[in-house]
Design a protein around this ligand. Structure first.
Ligand SMILES: *Cc1c(COP(=O)(O)O)cnc(C)c1O
Length: 377
């Protein structure tokens, strides 16, 4: 069976975990956490990066930093993971969905402005499949209406937009290091922060609302409760696992890109014949091969294709059920404008196996089976 995902493993993870254990520093903000933070800061150019216990928690932290309150509205796509919405719902905000672009499955930047009301506080673009949203337009709208931008870059580490790293393009960015993502620590994530003062506040909120980080740096002589907060810092053992992967970030990304490019090239013909659609990468964007998807004609054809691949020992999967159609969506959100593409395009999309270490002959086999399906249907 070819799995859809196999969590990345590079070989040094256990050595680094052992090192963390031996030095008896396994709680949060140990040596490996600092190494990971620095790596992200250097790689992305963000002012401050802090590892968190998940991307979900990074987004919750961003929502607190953005001072999201009861009755505020937050604009985002409906085609996303539940955490994108939950982080703001937890603060009492109303989620306002707008439609996606069918080419990238990202929020349609041209529909955002119409959804803005005097309650709107933030825009949350989601970089689907590690491919950037149209950030210049989104940041410009935010500037004009005095809104905060929080990037859900859960899938976007190592991708760029006009040469700059996803997650570091606006006020806040959130990465995921869940085992389904390009680099993993089991469960984990990071928040990227542009503003220096907000970075200090983030350290406090992440450390139970205390100024413990300042205490350890010798900047205050005892630490105390200074703000509302929670515990969003991961164990240094998890950070040790992640650091082994960050050290191999280019190798992991190139390996994935090889599989992605192989799929992309071989499916050109089927796309030209109008049978399927391949992902679209806008100009000025590079991507991290987080995902390879194709789009079937409709839900029925997709269901058949997934079943056919499964019968041939290949696990392919569909993705998000649009949040506005979910039970909680009815309570916490509204869809502004027409759902022209969100539902329709989500029903067509199927993700093919993609992971570090997927072999070339496996990719070839998957391609052959997809082609066989379209020959017989
Ligand atoms: C994976 C993912 C998340 C959640 O990440 P966790 O680290 O599991 O909390 C949020 N948003 C998107 C778009 C994701 O793909």
């Amino acid at each position: 069976m070819i799995n859809f995902n196999v969590p990345p493993y590079t070989g040094k993870e256990l050595k680094y975990i052992e090192d963390a254990v031996v030095r008896q520093k396994i709680c949060g903000d140990g040596q490996y956490t600092h190494k990971c933070n620095e790596w992200i800061e250097k790689k992305t150019g963000t002012t401050k990066a802090l590892l968190t216990t998940s991307c979900t928690h990074a987004t919750e932290l961003a929502a607190i930093l953005a001072d999201i309150k009861e009755g505020d509205e937050v604009i985002m796509p409906s085609y996303t993971f539940v955490s994108t919405a939950n982080a703001f719902v937890l603060r009492g905000a109303k989620v306002v969905f707008v439609d996606i672009r069918p080419d990238t499955m990202n929020i349609d930047e041209n529909l955002i402005e119409d959804a803005i009301t005097d309650k709107t506080k933030a825009i949350v673009p989601v970089h689907y499949a590690g491919v950037a949203c149209e950030m210049d337009t989104i940041n410009e709208i935010a500037r004009k209406h005095n809104l905060i931008v929080i990037e859900d870059a859960a899938q976007g580490i190592m991708s760029t937009y006009k040469g700059k790293a996803l997650g570091a393009l606006s006020d806040y960015g959130c990465y995921s290091f869940h085992e389904t993502k390009n680099f993993s620590m089991g469960e984990g994530g990071a928040i990227l922060i542009k503003d220096e003062a907000k970075a200090e506040e983030a350290e406090i909120i992440r450390e139970k609302g205390t100024n413990r980080a300042k205490f350890f740096r010798g900047q205050v002589d005892k630490y105390t409760w200074v703000e509302m907060g929670s515990s969003y810092l991961p164990s240094d053992m998890n950070a040790a696992y992640l650091y082994a992967q960050l050290e191999m970030a280019d190798e992991i990304t190139n390996d994935r890109l090889n599989s992605w490019n192989h799929y992309y090239k071989e499916f050109e013909d089927l796309e030209n014949k109008g049978r399927i659609q391949r992902p679209f990468i806008p100009e000025n964007c590079t991507h991290n091969a987080h995902m390879f998807y194709l789009k079937a004609k409709d839900l029925e054809e997709r269901t058949k294709l997934i079943a056919f691949l499964k019968a041939n020992e290949i696990l392919s999967v569909f993705h998000y059920i649009p949040l506005h159609s979910a039970p909680a969506g009815a309570v916490y959100s509204r869809f502004h404008g027409e759902d022209k593409y969100t539902t329709k395009e989500s029903e067509r999309l199927v993700r093919l196996p993609m992971y570090y270490g997927l072999k070339e002959d496996q990719v070839s086999y998957i391609i052959d089976k997809v082609k066989e399906f379209y020959q017989n249907n």
